[in-house]
Every structure is written in structure tokens, then in C-alpha cells.
Design a protein around this ligand. Structure first.
Ligand SMILES: Nc1nc2c(ncn2[C@@H]2O[C@H](COP(=O)(O)OP(=O)(O)OP(=O)(O)O)[C@@H](O)[C@H]2O)c(=O)[nH]1
Length: 550
């Protein structure tokens, strides 16, 4: 079965619509999966920020605890108190010889503990400050440098020396920025008299190393270059720490940061994000989920400044989530293709089936029409009462046989048959009985004829029988045979009286017209009637001979 043009167009149109819908479905799924992945990364990022803040606060608490512990030692208080007085006497600043002696004694007193603190707790700074403001009395971590004023740098110390309340936080420094706890130091003789402040500090390095290993990722602390410039003298790791991003690497748990920064430099970098932000960055070693958030220092938090001093970067491999996204995308595409093919097949077979059914219905209707046409034709060709050919059809066949005879030159004989005294039958037994007699005669004539004979009802109770290939003598014999059978077999229904017929027989004479031939048979019939009925008579054109009598 062929799909015609209209159906082909319909199929192509539906296929295109289906393809567009399918592509849309795959795209929407991909966008949705990507959004889910981004949401999941953002959730992870928030969690990472919380973890960082917890570690940050705990580190500061530790610094404050250590500072408090040392500042409460009476020996430390005693030596620092004497040192403070000596500096005053010796003109402030670094003081003189007495100040130096007491500084050394204080150093000797705390340095054993300091060694343990640096080793066990990674403490980087232990610093005694004189007030008001901030003047260095003793850097236990660097005892050779002292006496410098740091009012513009050590804001926490200045604040503690001013009001006596402990402080903790992140602060930029001249050499190392740090996470610091600052507590007031009181005199050993008068616990209400503050003599200075003690600072204990550490770097970010320890925090990010331990936090990085526990979260399975890496952490870096980046400071804005401008802030660092303002706060520092010189940085020991300065050359490596400057980056194309315009920031200073304060600490990193992985050297891979430089590659990440190079990737990151191509995107918008200027300010640290206000809230936590997690993005996906493609690096040479694979996709990475990068979480960033702002880092404020003590001054910024104290003064409510919105400008952070740097940012924290936490990054983890995102290979698994990207792989999952890719996997889901492929599954989406495969589902899309399989779904498309299945619907296409269903569409194709659906159209095929619908067409087949349509064609079947058309075939059935055509057959029904053909049957009806045949029936109509038969009805038109047949005389309903007697079953023989109608006069119209008989005349058509009669003419055909005549035409054929022009070529074949075979003999042909025509029988004109008429029921004897039929009017009396009608008048005596009624029209219905008359009809029955005509019907019986018609069927008997059909029975009695050959396949190629033509039996027709010529009019009223008159019938014709055309016998192709039959000469006059045979025709007469056949007429007689018919007459005998009628007389023997057809009776008036319910009465038993035999019906008889008369037959005029005419052989076709070459050159005769149809009309002349029928007239010849009719004349013979007329004579048969006239000579007593129930007989067969040959037309005069041939040698006439009566073969039967009543
Ligand atoms: N029942 C019935 N009668 C018919 C039919 N066609 C014609 N007739 C009747 O047939 C009769 C023919 O009568 P006539 O032509 O006078 O001839 P007849 O009575 O047969 O006498 P002969 O032919 O001289 O033997 C008429 O009364 C018609 O009405 C028909 O289809 N059915």
C-alpha cells in the first residue's frame, strides 16, 4: 500500500512537531538538571562557609584563652609591671638598660611555654604591648624587635588598652596578618590597675590545612592588595604571593590555587562577593566547585564597614557532580531519541492502519455498489414475472446474434410462442392464476433451452426463443418438444386443466431485417392459431410443415 502525498505531508508535519517537542523536552530536562546541580553546589557552599566560620571562631577563642592564661600569671604580671615602670622612667619607647633587663627576664619567664605553644598549637605571635595606644614592649616570637609604636596598626591592642575589655578577630599586620586574641594585663599588686595588653596570634595556615583535610577540599585566604599595602612593611613571601587577580595570597592549603586563579582571572574578579557564592570552574585537572565569601577584619567589623579586606576561597573537585549531570543528560537524550522513534513508528503504523481501513471500507463499498449494479442490470434485463429476458434485452441480444450471423453465416431459427386462449384463463380463474401460468411457461422455456439460446418475453402472453446454429427442421423439432412439455406439465393451478401453446417457427433468410424475420415467425404463429392452436408451424419463407395437431 502506498502512502499518498497528503498523508506523506501530514506525517512529515507531525514528525517535525514531534521532533521540536522532543528537543524541547530534552532541553528543559537538561536546564532543570543543571539548576538542580547548581542548587546542590550552593547548598554545599553554605555548609562550607558555616564550617569555616566555626573553625575561625574556635581558633580566635583558643588565642584568647592562651592570652588569658599567660596574662594571669603573677610572675608575668610582676615582671611586665616592673618593665612598664622602667620604660616610663627611661623615657618611653624602647626604654633603657633597666627596661632591657626586665624585658629579658620576662622573655626568660615565658619562652619555655612559648616554645611549647608554637609546637603544639601553632601559635605565631606572643606580644606584650604598652598603653595607651600600642607600643611594643616584647615580641616573644621576635625578641630583638621592640619599642615601636603601632597605634595605626594594632587597633585591637589600642582598644583593649583604652577600655580594658578583651578583643579577638582578624587583623592585618606588618609581617603576618593574623587571627588574634588580645587581653588586658593587670598589675600583680593591684588587680584593677591595667598595665598593658597581651596579644596571642596565629596565621590562617593551620586553620585552613586542618579544615581543608576534614572537608576534603582546599582553602585559600586572599587579601586585597590595597589593604595589604597600607598595613605592611614587607612580606617574607611577597614575590610569590602577588597574583594577576590583584590580590595577595595570605594562605593556601594547595599550590593548585595558582592554576585556579589563572582560570578565575578571566571572569569578573574585582570585589569579593557579599554573600556566599559557589560557581563551577573548569580547570586543566577537571571541573571544580568554587565557593567564595568576603573576609572582614577587626576594624571593618567594629566600624560596620561594608568593604571587606579579602575573601575566602574554598574549592573541591566537582568531577562527580558534572559526571552525574553528563550521565543524566545522556540518559535524557537517549530517552528523547527512543521516545521519538517509538512515537514515529506508532505514527507511521497508525497512518498506515487508518489508510488500510479506509481503503478496505472503500473496497467493501465498491463491491457492494458493483453487486447492486449487477442486480440492477439483471433486474433491467430480466422480466420479473417469468424470469426470461425482458423485451428490451431480448431485442438487444437478437440484434447481436443477427450481426454475428453476418460473419458466421450459421443457420438461426426464431420461435414465437403464445399461450392459447389465455384471455379465458384470466377471465375464468383470475389474473393471479394467469400470472402463475405465464411464470410456469417462462421457467419451463428457460429449462428447455441451451446456454446460448435467448429466451425473451415479447409482450403479454407472447414469448420468443432464438436458437443460434439451428436450422428450420431442428427448430421445428425443438418447438414441438417445447409444445409437448407445456401441454404435459403446465396446468391451471387448483384445477388440473392443461395449458397449451402455439408456436410460429421462422428460419433466418439471408438479407432479412430483424423486423421481417420476427414478422415471419409471427405470421407462422398466427396461422398456427388460426389452424386450431396447440401446434407449431414453420413460416412460409422456408418450406412449411405442420408437425403437430391438436
Ligand atoms: N394474467 C395476465 N394476463 C395478461 C398478461 N399480459 C397480457 N394478458 C392478457 O392476455 C390476454 C391475451 O388475449 P388475446 O390476445 O385476446 O388472446 P387469447 O385469449 O390468448 O387467444 P388466442 O391468442 O387467440 O389463443 C389478454 O386478456 C391480456 O389481458 C399478464 O402479464 N398477465
Amino acid at each position: 500500500m502506498m502512502i499518498n502525498k497528503t498523508h506523506k505531508r501530514l506525517f512529515i508535519l507531525l514528525s517535525i512537531m514531534l521532533f521540536v517537542a522532543d528537543t524541547l523536552f530534552v532541553t528543559i530536562n537538561y536546564v532543570s538538571d543543571k539548576r538542580t546541580m547548581q542548587q546542590s553546589l550552593s547548598q554545599d557552599g553554605l555548609q562550607l562557609e558555616r564550617s569555616f566560620n566555626v573553625a575561625f571562631t574556635m581558633t580566635l577563642n583558643n588565642m584568647s584563652q592562651l592570652a588569658t592564661f599567660i596574662a594571669r600569671s603573677t610572675e608575668v604580671q610582676h615582671l611586665f609591671s616592673q618593665g612598664v615602670q622602667a620604660v616610663k622612667k627611661e623615657g618611653g619607647g624602647a626604654g633603657g638598660a633597666e627596661s632591657a633587663r626586665l624585658r629579658d627576664m620576662l622573655y626568660d619567664s615565658v619562652s619555655p611555654g612559648w616554645a611549647k605553644m608554637t609546637e603544639k598549637y601553632q601559635v605565631r605571635q606572643l606580644h606584650f604591648h604598652l598603653g595607651p595606644g600600642s607600643t611594643s614592649f616584647l615580641r616573644v616570637h621576635k625578641p630583638q624587635r621592640f619599642g615601636d609604636n603601632m597605634d595605626n596598626l594594632r587597633h585591637m591592642v589600642v582598644d583593649v588598652n583604652r577600655d580594658g575589655d578583651p578583643r579577638q578577630g582578624f587583623e592585618l599586620g606588618r609581617v603576618y596578618s593574623g587571627l588574634r586574641g588580645i587581653v588586658p594585663v593587670f598589675s600583680d599588686s593591684d588587680s584593677t590597675h591595667q598595665i598593658g595588653a597581651l596579644e596571642v596570634g596565629t596565621s590562617f595556615k593551620t586553620l585552613i590545612d586542618s579544615l581543608g583535610s576534614s572537608i576534603g577540599g582546599n582553602i585559600a585566604v586572599l587579601l586585597n592588595e590595597a589593604n595589604v599595602e597600607n598595613a605592611t612593611w614587607s612580606r617574607p613571601n611577597e614575590p610569590e604571593s602577588r597574583t594577576p587577580c590583584g590580590c595577595f595570597i595570605e594562605a593556601t592549603s594547595s599550590p593548585a590555587l595558582s592554576a585556579l586563579l589563572a582560570e578565575r582571572a578571566s571572569t569578573k574578579w574585582s570585589k569579593p562577593p557579599k554573600s556566599v557564592r559557589t560557581i563551577l570552574v573548569n580547570t586543566a585537572s577537571g571541573p571544580v566547585a568554587l565557593t567564595e565569601f568576603a573576609l572582614s577584619d577587626y576594624v571593618g567589623e567594629r566600624d560596620g564597614s561594608e568593604t571587606p579586606v579579602g575573601r575566602i576561597m574554598i574549592w573541591k573537585s566537582a568531577a562527580d557532580v558534572v559526571e552525574e549531570l553528563n550521565h543524566n543528560t545522556w540518559i535524557n537524550i537517549i530517552y528523547g531519541i527512543v521516545g521519538f522513534l517509538i512515537i514515529e513508528l506508532a505514527l507511521f503504523w497508525g497512518i498506515r492502519l487508518a489508510l488500510r481501513q479506509l481503503e478496505q471500507t472503500v473496497d467493501e463499498r465498491t463491491q457492494e455498489i458493483q453487486v447492486l449494479n449487477r442486480q440492477l442490470e439483471e433486474i433491467a434485463h430480466q422480466d420479473m414475472l417469468t424470469g426470461v429476458s425482458s423485451r428490451r434485452y431480448f431485442m438487444m441480444r437478437f440484434q447481436q446474434e443477427l450481426n454475428r450471423n453476418q460473419r458466421s453465416k450459421q443457420p438461426m431459427t426464431l420461435l414465437m410462442v403464445d399461450v392459447d386462449r389465455f384471455k379465458r384463463v384470466n377471465d375464468t380463474w383470475g389474473h393471479q392464476v394467469g400470472d402463475q401460468v405465464l411464470s410456469d411457461l417462462g421457467h419451463l422455456m428457460i429449462e428447455n433451452s441451451r446456454n446460448y439460446d435467448v429466451v425473451g418475453r415479447y409482450g403479454g402472453e407472447e414469448f420468443c426463443l432464438l436458437l443460434p446454429g439451428v436450422d428450420a427442421a431442428t427448430g421445428l423439432q425443438m418447438a414441438e418438444k417445447l409444445r409437448e412439455r407445456v401441454e404435459r406439465q403446465i396446468t391451471i393451478p387448483g384445477d388440473g386443466i392443461h395449458v397449451t401453446i402455439s408456436i410460429g417457427v421462422a428460419l433466418y433468410a439471408e438479407g432479412q431485417s430483424a423486423e421481417e424475420w420476427i414478422n415471419a415467425a409471427d405470421q407462422a404463429l398466427y396461422k398456427a392459431k388460426d389452424s386450431g392452436r396447440n401446434r407449431c408451424l414453420l413460416a412460409e419463407t422456408a418450406r412449411s410443415e405442420s408437425l403437430s395437431t391438436i
